[in-house]
Write a protein that binds this ligand. Structure first.
Ligand code: NAD
Length: 348
């Protein structure tokens, strides 16, 4: 386990078990040198404990990168609650999880992720103040959609020489909380949409509302479009799907889009401009972090809009270095984290 922690640069790993509620939870803190570790809580089944630990560690590192590139004074963390086979009270389980978070004294702030919902965050808030995404704070998805929209404008400017989306053809995968709100903005900006989702009702609604064309879920990679916009599942960019893409840009909200890190280089070799997921989809994190700090909606919108500039700078940097955008994003995030670590060690 220590080898795994060392290879990912993880700072600390915490475990909690509570026989009364059936809670078995893990909190992975990747980095706190830029500020408290922030990141969502997963509540899903795992084949075994080591799979849960691996998930928490991998995701915590991603959160550090996301917070660093968004210029937030936060580090990265992630938690997992191993879904029990039998659950007597979800509320009690979340209260206990809140006590676990509170025991870390603010080193980790939780948020929603796969399997958790707003009511869970409200329950966790019963035991700790180190929680976001509560009912009172609101849904981060519109902020994520705003950030991805800004990122698409920056990508179009860099690749096509104009940020106008009039008649730009966008193939959009996934019409969920983020995808649907984004489709609305893209349509309003004059883009032509081809959409897909496994939910036929959402597809029918988008076809009507946005005058979009629809394709079956497995056909979205073959659509001849200017931009492919993945807003559904993670790990969808594999050598197979990248080989099928007929677009100039990939820019969307989905987390962990690259099936493995090498796929970023494959996109580069295919001359497809890739907006690194953890940079373009940081709007939701910006929303929860700034809400937790009590900042206003207009301050949040302004900060989310900066994704445009961050992405433009990253594209220029990658172009100058003749490297893939995913490689440069990793290097930049790692450098920011190391800078904070160095500053902390010099201060002691
Ligand atoms: P969501 O669950 O509301 O929407 C996902 C949509 O994708 C659903 O409509 C689902 O039916 C569809 N889908 C699932 N499998 C599909 C497939 N094979 N083909 C086509 N469509 C498929 O999720 P969301 O909150 O909109 O998030 C979308 C993505 O963005 C996720 O990867 C999420 O991790 C990421 N993300 C979301 C936020 C946020 O603020 N919600 C922030 C950062 C990243």
């Amino acid at each position: 386990m220590f080898k795994q922690m060392e290879s990912t640069g993880l700072q600390d790993l915490h475990f909690w078990q509570d026989s009364t509620t059936g809670l078995q939870a893990i909190i992975a803190i990747h980095d706190t040198f830029r500020g408290p570790a922030i990141g969502g809580c997963r509540f899903i089944s795992y084949p075994d404990t080591s799979a849960a630990i691996t998930d928490a560690i991998r995701l915590a590192k991603g959160m550090s990168y996301k917070a660093a590139l968004a210029g937030l004074p936060y580090g990265g963390g992630k938690s997992v609650i191993i879904k029990p086979v039998k659950l007597s009270s979800r509320t009690q389980l979340m209260h206990s999880f809140g006590r676990f978070i509170d025991s870390l004294g603010g080193r980790y702030i939780t948020a929603m992720d796969s399997g958790t919902q707003v009511s869970d965050m409200d329950d966790i808030a019963n035991s700790t103040a180190y929680v976001t995404c509560t009912q009172a704070m609101g849904d981060p998805s519109p902020a994520t959609a705003q950030g991805v929209f800004e990122g698409i404008l920056a990508s179009a400017q860099f690749r096509f020489g104009s940020a106008s989306l009039a008649n730009i053809h966008i193939a959009l995968q996934g019409l969920g909380h983020v995808g649907y709100a984004l489709a609305k903005q893209l349509h309003a900006a004059g883009a032509r949409l081809t959409i897909t989702d496994i939910d036929a009702d959402k597809v029918a609604q988008a076809v009507l509302e946005f005058n979009a064309s629809a394709v079956a879920a497995h056909d979205i990679y073959d659509v001849e479009a200017d931009i492919f916009c993945p807003c559904g599942l993670g790990a969808i960019l594999s050598s197979d799907t990248i080989g099928r893409l007929k677009c100039a840009i990939v820019a969307g909200s989905a987390n962990n889009q690259l099936a493995d890190p090498q796929q970023g280089d494959l996109l580069y070799r295919r001359n497809i401009l890739y907006a690194p997921d953890y940079l373009i989809n940081a709007g939701g994190l910006i929303f929860v972090a700034l809400k937790h700090n009590g900042q206003s909606n207009s301050a949040i919108r302004q900060k989310v809009a900066q994704i445009h500039t961050s992405l433009s700078e990253l594209y220029q940097h990658a172009d100058a270095e003749q490297q893939s955008t995913s490689t440069i994003a990793d290097i930049r995030a790692e450098a920011l984290i190391q800078q904070a670590r160095l500053a902390a060690s010099q201060a002691t």
